[in-house]
Write a protein that binds this ligand. Structure first.
Ligand code: MG
Length: 416
């Protein structure tokens, strides 16, 4: 290694709750070009620096939510599978998950401590650390190298771009107090790069300052880096593609929609329960069938599987398979929906018609909508159910059968 060269640690911060993403952890969502934000970030670090002559990557630490850490680690493992299983010609780089904290600052601090505890002291002494948001999958290799070079030289480096929006300073009483000159401003991105040990010391000092919230690691560096180390953060050119995913519409790509149609009919027989949408409805006769016979849930399953082109209820749950004898159809829908969601689809809405001569379904409608919404993990506004009789004709009209129809609209993001 040349005198300017330094070993590199990387921290990927992915411990946030993704509260503005509708409950899905954004770092784990499928990207249209394949992979996930988390796997893209790791892949770029590996490609840029694994085995690099001047900036060899030694370790990557990924901070995940401490709550439910084991589950998040499993999901992260899945989100990273494509990268972790690919051959890594650059040599061995260890990748570890650590439980994060309540704030990003705390998550980064815990990651830095982990690195100090697990890296040999001679590695840590002169190392650089690059700290990146797991929700910025648009980072590229050239950007990583620009940051590493500037941080190696100056101690701290920050990639930034000119803000897209003109910025104003908020004053008292809802008035603008200052009109800021956009060309003099920089919108901060990540990865931010630092000399490792001085940053760790600055983070330790920041923790003593309880009550003070620092916006990012460069502010902590500027305010608290130990004496004898250069202050100042070098600006390097960021990238317009290196945007942070905050809202679902920030996911790259464009939305694609698919509709699906499902239909099911079950005979009505004595001695069976009448179950529709997972709700048991008091009635003289109930649905015959291999499972609980819930015609409405079966129609919904077929609509969802059809829209996603994954199969149909018969291929997912063969009627001859003893596993599904007397099955609770809510479990069947949960499994089918997990497969559809796993293929990247989200539910826009579902609409159903139940054909039933008696009893009247209307008093049960809200319970049925809520039951469907609960199974599908959506709000009841996205689900509607209507009832029709058979007008005394045909198998439904004669009270010999119940029939259900469902249509759904699914949405997912596809390549830009
Ligand atoms: Mg059926």
């Amino acid at each position: 290694m040349t005198p300017a060269s330094r070993r590199v640690f990387a921290v990927i911060a992915a411990a946030g709750s993704s509260s503005r993403m509708g409950g899905k952890k954004k770092e784990f969502l499928p990207l249209p070009q394949g992979g996930t934000p988390l796997s893209r970030c790791l892949a770029v670090f590996l490609k840029a620096l694994a085995g690099h002559r001047d900036f060899p990557l030694e370790r990557v630490v990924i901070a995940l939510p401490a709550e439910d850490f084991a589950r998040h680690a499993r999901e992260a493992q899945g989100a990273l599978a494509a990268v972790l299983e690919a051959p890594r010609p650059g040599g061995l780089v260890s990748v570890d998950f650590v439980p994060g904290g309540a704030t990003r600052q705390e998550s980064v601090f815990r990651s830095l401590l982990f690195l100090q505890e697990h890296a040999p002291p001679e590695f840590a002494r002169d190392a650089l650390v690059l700290i990146h948001d797991g929700a910025r999958p648009g980072m590229d290799e050239a950007l990583v190298l620009r940051v590493a070079e500037a941080a190696a030289t100056g101690g701290a480096a920050l990639p930034a771009v000119e803000p897209v929006d003109t910025l104003k300073e908020r004053g008292a009483e809802g008035l603008v107090s200052r009109h800021l000159d956009r060309s003099a401003l920089a919108a901060a991105q990540t990865p931010q790069g630092f000399w490792f040990l001085p940053l760790l010391e600055a983070h330790r000092a920041a923790r003593q300052n309880t009550g003070r919230v620092y916006t990012d690691d460069t502010e902590i560096w500027d305010a608290l880096v130990p004496p004898g180390v250069n202050r100042g953060v070098r600006l390097v050119e960021g990238s317009a593609r290196n945007k942070k995913i905050t809202y679902p519409e920030d996911m790259p790509g464009h939305p694609v929609y698919r509709t699906g149609l499902g239909n099911d009919l079950h005979p009505l027989v004595s001695g069976r329960r009448l179950v529709l949408g997972g709700v048991e409805i008091p009635a003289g006769k109930g649905e015959g069938g291999h499972s609980d016979g819930d015609a409405l849930l079966h129609a919904v399953i077929d609509a969802l599987l059809g829209a996603s082109a994954l199969g149909d209820i018969g291929s997912f749950f063969p009627p001859g398979d003893p596993a599904w004898k007397d099955a609770d159809s809510r479990d069947l829908l949960r499994r089918a929906w997990a497969a559809v969601e796993g293929a990247g689809w989200g539910l826009e809405n579902i609409d159903c018609v139940v054909e039933l001569e008696e009893p009247k379904l209307l008093p049960w409608r809200e319970a049925v909508r809520e039951s469907l919404a609960e199974i599908l993990g959506c709000l009841p506004e996205r689900v509607f159910v209507k009832a029709k009789t058979g007008e005394k004709i045909g198998p439904v009209g004669r009270g010999e059968a119940v029939r259900a129809w469902a249509v759904c609209l699914l949405k997912k993001n596809e390549g830009p």
